[in-house]
Design a protein. Structure first.
Ligand SMILES: [Zn+2]
Ligand SMILES: [Zn+2]
Length: 220
């Protein structure tokens, strides 16, 4: 049986102790929401929390707002480097948090060869503690603020899914589909597919069975 440095049971063994990653079997994995910068509306924070709780059997704690770290700023494009935000979040994550999700309204970017600085909606590394998402690109061609906010919630479920070990999914319209840099694909997404759900459970996480806080796309 493997236990990671925060004491969570990982791998197949966790399934045997009750279907989620909580050590001891009764504590839910805690996800800390870290709002970076002052411009993200409270309604966006609330959407992310609601979305995560609708999918994952986790406890969500909202941390006090923090300033964006200066070392992550990329003056050439006037935006923030996502991988530096991940380093910042990993260092600052409360010890009690299993995962930390950084949420921000500023544009974020990372290197995507051949592009030195490529704007992204979110960034996560498989199985790592931290992920980060930005509402900046969620507003693109959005009908209204609520539509953009629902997309933001979907991105949160997607990126946190990566930290829980879910790779990109080939199933059409699954929330773990590769967005290929565009937020528009999320408009056809509603839920995690059966394959992703099964994979999560195999990895020791629980599904909350809630209703997603966005409308089901109309069949074409
Ligand atoms: Zn992804
Ligand atoms: Zn899937």
């Amino acid at each position: 049986m493997r236990v990671d440095r925060r004491g969570w049971l990982i791998g197949a063994a966790a399934v045997l102790v009750g279907g989620h990653a909580g050590a001891g079997g009764d504590e839910l994995p805690r996800v800390a929401l870290a709002t970076l910068g002052g411009t993200l509306p409270e309604a966006d924070v609330a959407m992310v929390k609601t979305a995560l709780l609708a999918f994952y059997e986790v406890e969500v704690v909202v941390l006090p707002r923090a300033d964006l770290p200066k070392q992550a700023y990329y003056p050439k494009r006037k935006r923030y480097r996502a991988e530096k935000l991940l380093d910042f979040l990993t260092e600052r994550a409360p010890k009690s948090a299993h995962r930390v999700l950084g949420i921000t309204a500023v544009d974020i970017s990372t290197s995507k060869p051949p592009h030195e600085d490529w704007g992204v909606i979110g960034l996560a590394n498989m199985g790592n503690t931290a992920c980060v998402i930005s509402s900046f690109r969620c507003k693109r061609l959005a009908r209204n603020a609520e539509h953009a906010r629902q997309r933001f919630g979907k991105v949160a479920v997607h990126e946190l899914g990566h930290t829980f070990g879910l790779p990109h999914c080939p199933t059409k319209d699954c929330l773990m589909q590769d967005a290929k840099g565009s937020v528009l694909t999320s408009d056809r997404e509603y839920d995690l597919c059966t394959r992703c759900r099964q994979m999560l459970i195999r990895r020791g996480y629980g599904l909350s069975g809630g209703t997603p806080p966005w409308p089901e796309p109309k069949p074409k």
